[in-house]
Design a protein around this ligand. Structure first.
Ligand code: ATP
Ligand code: MG
Length: 564
């Protein structure tokens, strides 16, 4: 887990952001720390957002401050109520609460508009009539300065008049924009007269048709922070170059407070794409069943997959908050999931690919009850009863006809333990006309009840899980593998890097009845298989279970192989 070590060079829960905040508190610069999580409601939250959520809400908790949830709803063409609802649900599920501090950038549209007029009056903003292409052509490049717009020196009167008419709906989409008048030759392209307002005749989820001009992200963000009294505006590294503009706007407007922006590294994870654009395309293109497809890195997908929120918080903490971008091993995420589930998940037995077993010396029609522990390390989780009878199912993989010496499981002549039940010895395999093994004939030793060693002290080398034919319940089990086949999928050609084997459906699994009887959505451990949880799509009498994660790390190996 080299990545985990390099990313967490400091003790968990400590980072440069917290250092800054502590210094600010010590110097008396702030009495209360106020942060915000500012999603744009144009998609579902993913595990990368979880990093930002845990940081913003976590910092507020650590220092007795508060964290606002603010929807950055400045682009009505891409935003939907469905996303707003999903975001609120997911932040809560992750374990955070914004109390009464739910805000929207759209709450501030009127104030933002007034401040735009303020800039115009001060000669610091102008209405530009250039087409988008002209603006692009005149923006310059990283090495060449831009060229001033021919409309840059319009007088304040004219600008004000045009801007008011933009608001009034006189012009079509794209006809004009409002730009800050900063410096077309700046080395920082963000300062080359950035766009503050654009015309967009569109229905907004909250303001309806009230507005037909909308502020840009850069214009709305810092001022919204200032209105809310945000002390530390934490964002990802790609906004570092926007900070001079963030500061310029705050310096030139009569804002009520002076927030500071700090940037940290985005979360990237191997075998995973964390881009809302790509995730949207996966959903729209039918590559997955929806935003909550258990293969998606969305919080909704992870929840449906059985990942507990505690595991996500634990993972984010292990990753830490750094200033340099890196890619975190998927194995580290799964490690956090296993850590939590090993502790909390009850144990059950399920046979994923059943092979029938007949215990020849067990009386026909007899059923007995055996006791099984729900958790090996935690007696307070209690026990449950299992029915044992003459006919059972074991895992197909646990039998091999011509087995090598090192195969400790079922093969003719070999004795194994059936967990919580008895020692059984395989006598013979029954085959169908095609030569496939369809049934095992076994005997059991009544002196080994509970799976205990017999008086002669005989040992076995394997303990297998099983279910009874008498009361086990047929089920569908879905095994998930990474959605992408490469450790470093390319967002630009994500479709080519999709893993064709990301979903394996096992339609003939059999579960012990306790699994089918309960509607519990928490993950359980299927002994020897991994952690699983009931899918919300389960139908009565036909449960569906999702594999949350296997018992062991397989991706570190896969990543190493892919690298050669
Ligand atoms: P896109 O995926 O299109 O770049 P976005 O993920 O930035 O969009 P936002 O809704 O603007 O979408 O994100 C809300 C907040 O979450 C922002 O402050 C952003 O910096 C943060 N965030 C987004 N992705 C990550 C990530 N991978 N790691 C950490 N923080 C992230
Ligand atoms: Mg963004």
């Amino acid at each position: 887990m080299a990545n985990a070590e390099t990313a967490t060079q400091r003790e968990p829960g400590r980072d440069f952001i917290r250092d800054i905040i502590e210094a600010d508190l010590k110097a008396g610069r702030h009495k209360t720390i106020i942060t915000r999580f500012p999603p744009e409601p144009n998609g579902y939250l993913h595990i990368g957002h979880a990093k930002s959520i845990c940081l913003n809400f976590g910092v507020a908790q650590d220092y007795g401050g508060r964290c606002h949830l603010r929807f950055d709803d400045t682009n009505p063409t891409k935003e939907e109520q469905e996303y707003i609802d999903a975001i609120e649900r997911d932040v809560r599920w992750l374990g955070f609460d914004w109390g009464r501090h739910l805000y929207h950038a759209s709450d501030y549209f009127e104030q933002l508009y007034e401040w735009a007029e303020h800039l115009i009056t001060a000669g610091q903003a102008y209405v530009d009539d250039q087409t988008q292409e002209e603006m692009r052509a005149n923006r310059g490049t990283l090495t060449q300065p831009g060229r001033n717009s021919p409309f840059r020196d319009r007088g304040a009167e004219e600008n004000l008049d045009l801007f008011r008419r933009m608001r009034g709906g006189e012009f079509p989409n794209g006809a004009r924009v409002l730009r800050a008048k900063i410096d077309m030759a700046s080395g920082n392209i963000n300062l080359r007269d950035p766009v503050l307002y654009r015309i967009l005749h569109a229905q907004h989820p909250r303001t309806g048709r009230k507005w037909c001009i909308y502020p840009s992200y850069d214009y709305a963000h810092g001022q919204s922070d200032a209105i809310e009294g945000i002390t530390h505006s934490l964002c990802t590294l790609e906004f570092e170059d926007h900070r001079p503009l963030y500061d310029w706007l705050l310096e030139n407007l009569p804002v009520p407070s002076r927030p500071r922006q700090y940037e940290f590294a985005r979360l990237n994870m191997s075998f995973t794409v964390l881009s809302k654009r790509v995730l949207t395309e996966l959903v729209r293109g039918g590559h997955v069943s929806g935003w909550d497809d258990p293969r998606m890195p969305t919080l909704a997908g992870l929840r449906r997959r059985g990942v507990p929120p505690e595991a996500i918080r634990d993972f984010v903490k292990r990753v830490g908050v750094a200033k340099a971008n890196s890619v975190v091993d998927l194995g580290l995420f799964e490690f956090s999931v296993r850590e939590v589930l090993n502790r909390t998940a009850q144990r059950r037995m399920a046979v994923l690919r059943p092979l029938k077993v007949v215990i020849e010396n067990y009386p026909e029609g007899q059923i007995e009850k055996l006791t099984a522990a729900n958790h090996p390390d935690n007696a307070s989780q209690g026990t449950r009863q299992l029915c044992f009878g003459r006919e059972l199912y074991v895992e197909r993989d646990d039998f091999m006809e011509n087995a090598p010496k090192a195969f400790y499981r079922l093969t003719p002549g070999k004795e194994v333990r059936l967990r919580y039940a008895y020692f059984v010895r395989c006598r013979a395999a029954v085959k169908n006309a095609a030569g496939e093994v369809v049934e095992l004939r076994c005997t059991y030793d009544p002196a080994t009840k509970g799976g205990n060693r017999p008086p002669d002290g005989r040992k076995v080398q394997a303990t297998l899980h099983w279910v009874s034919a008498y009361d086990s319940v047929p089920a569908e089990v879905r095994l998930y593998n990474p959605l992408f086949s490469r450790p470093d999928p390319d967002a630009a050609e994500f479709a080519a890097h999709l893993n064709a084997n990301s979903l394996e459906v096992l339609g003939e699994a059999r579960l012990e009845p306790a699994l089918a009887a309960s509607n519990e959505m928490d993950a359980v451990q299927f002994e020897r298989q991994g952690y699983f949880c009931r899918d919300a799509q389960s139908k009565p009498g036909r449960p569906v279970f999702n594999r949350t994660v296997g018992l062991r790390d397989s991706w570190a190996k896969a990543a190493a192989e892919a690298k050669g």
